[in-house]
Design a protein around this ligand. Structure first.
Ligand code: NAI
Length: 483
């Protein structure tokens, strides 16, 4: 007899309460041994003045149970408030977003009609990348985004993907990336991928540049099993994969961390159909099934998944999918069918072995303080500084002003504009914006020397930001300008 576990449940906005009630009624019928702490999150809490859309009690509940099961939520636009979804993923370090896209009986797609099976699991890094949202306007015309990719963040998500593959019997993992262009950021992610892969010799690995990956996914989706990617690329590839299997309504999503995990439907609040009782609960139900696996409730997860697949095989469908010539059912009727089918086995749908994901669930033990993820010690040397500034003059007019202030120990190597070298060489055809970069090299100089230089240069440059140039273990650790 399984022990009763408690989870935090936020029903959400729009169709959220309808589909959450539907899913919980299936759990009840399947005698799933969990209890629910219903918590306050969503639009009405923003309206009450909670900047993150959730009450302190809600946060406490999630930190106690370690599990948030949530319906879709509306983030008010243009009020300077934070997205509840993004906040939740970051604050609680749910570093891996796992989504499963597979051909589902009763869901008509180009691929199902062509007899091409799709069964792809996308594991996306969930915290870093441009989703750090670290953006600045350098002037009215120039916007800058910082993209953090860390070795530790990459390792967490990549290791999750390999552990999942090992446990669940996946044979191949593909790393999607753009390391041919973003040599340091995506290059780091790719290096970590191959480092981690060494510990899993039984799993076949490959890497594919993300644009080619998109084409291959459309041409031959059956060639892919597990794909691991950085955050933004993973976001886009996830939606592409959703399109292969009939849309977002059939793609469950889990955000997994070491302490807290979040399970949610990937679609939104569907305001156009909210309150009508006709929403499709499949995505939330599939996410709920992943949650049961995460909790180690494998028997219950397998039973409910089988019942859902039997229902879909029978052609039962809500209005948003399925055969147009057969009448659609409402949300209640749909889950009533699922409940009736509990205990039956699907005839045409291949079922995956029901195993827990790699995190052994335990209630979080509140840490005494934040954890710092630290790497090995390396030999880091200062080589120079990139200075980004805003100027409406040409590069050949700007350079003399900088050269005038440089001490003998430093040289102005290049001026770049949008990453292209425009001084001392450069094409007259290169169009420049007002956002420039000056690369100053100064071997043997200190950070203080650069801070002093910045003071001097402030007289001639409208400096926006700076970045030190290092070598790590003797290798230059910064990108070169193009051209
Ligand atoms: P949406 O996914 O809510 O709706 C897009 C279309 O799909 C609509 O026609 C809708 O009726 C339909 N649809 C969505 N889910 C359905 C379901 N379960 N059954 C039947 N039809 C369904 O996307 P939209 O309109 O862009 O966003 C609406 C709101 O949802 C926004 O406030 C947005 O911020 C929020 N949102 C929340 C998410 C979350 O909480 N994870 C994710 C995406 C959007």
């Amino acid at each position: 007899m399984s022990e009763m576990r408690q989870i935090s449940v936020a029903k959400g906005d729009g169709i959220g309460p309808e589909i959450m009630d539907a899913v919980l009624s299936v759990f009840e019928a399947a005698k799933v041994p969990i209890t629910y702490d219903f918590i306050g999150m969503g639009k009405s809490y923003y309206d009450e003045g909670y900047e993150t859309g959730m009450t302190p009690e809600a946060m406490e509940s999630i930190e106690n149970t370690g599990i948030l099961f949530k319906g879709p939520m509306e983030t008010p636009k243009g009020k300077g408030v934070k997205s509840i979804n993004v906040t939740a993923r970051k604050v609680w370090s749910t570093y891996a977003n796992r989504r499963h896209f597979r051909t589902i009986e009763g869901v008509d797609t180009l691929y199902s009609r062509a007899g091409i099976p799709v069964d792809i699991t996308v594991v996306r890094e969930n915290i870093e990348d441009t989703y750090g949202g670290i953006e600045h306007m350098l002037s009215n015309d120039v916007a800058l985004s910082r993209r953090f990719i860390t070795r530790q963040g990459s390792e967490q998500v990549i290791r999750f993907a390999f552990e999942m593959a090992r446990k669940e019997g996946f044979k191949k993992i593909t790393c999607g990336h753009k390391a041919n262009i973003m040599k340091l950021t995506d290059g780091l992610f790719l290096d970590v991928f191959y480092d981690v892969a060494k510990g899993y010799p039984e799993i076949q690995v490959e890497d594919v540049i993300v644009d080619a990956l998109c084409m291959k996914l459309v041409q031959k989706p059956q060639d892919f099993e597990v794909i691991v990617l950085t955050n933004l690329q993973g976001d886009i590839v996830s939606d592409l994969c959703a399109g292969l299997v009939g849309g977002l309504g059939f793609a469950p999503s889990t955000n997994v961390g070491d302490n807290i995990s979040i399970f949610e439907a990937v679609h939104g609040t569907a305001p156009d159909i909210a309150g009508k009782g006709i929403a499709n609960p499949t995505s939330l139900l599939l996410s709920g099934i992943m949650m049961l696996r995460h909790l180690g409730l494998l028997k219950e997860a397998a039973q409910i998944e089988a019942a859902l697949m039997v229902t879909l095989e029978c052609g039962v469908h809500t209005g948003d999918f399925g055969q147009k010539d057969s009448p659609s059912v409402n949300t209640r009727e749909f889950v009533a069918n699922v409940i009736t089918n509990l205990g039956k086995a699907p005839q045409r749908t291949a079922m995956r072995k029901s195993v827990a994901d790699h995190v052994e669930f335990r209630k979080p033990i509140r840490p005494a303080h934040q954890k710092v993820l630290i790497g090995d010690v390396h030999d880091v040397e200062l080589e120079g500084m990139d200075i980004f500034f805003v100027d409406d003059k040409r590069a050949d007019e700007i350079a003399p002003g900088i050269l005038k202030h440089l001490p003998e120990t430093m040289t102005l190597k290049t001026l770049t504009n949008r990453g292209t070298v425009v001084w001392p060489d450069g094409s007259v055809y290169t169009e420049c914006t007002t956002g420039y970069g000056a690369r100053i090299i100064g071997k043997g100089v200190t950070k203080t020397d650069f801070w002093n230089l910045l003071g001097q240069l402030s007289e001639v440059l409208n400096i926006a930001s700076t970045e030190f140039l290092y070598s790590i273990d003797g290798k230059s650790a910064y990108s070169k300008g193009q051209g």
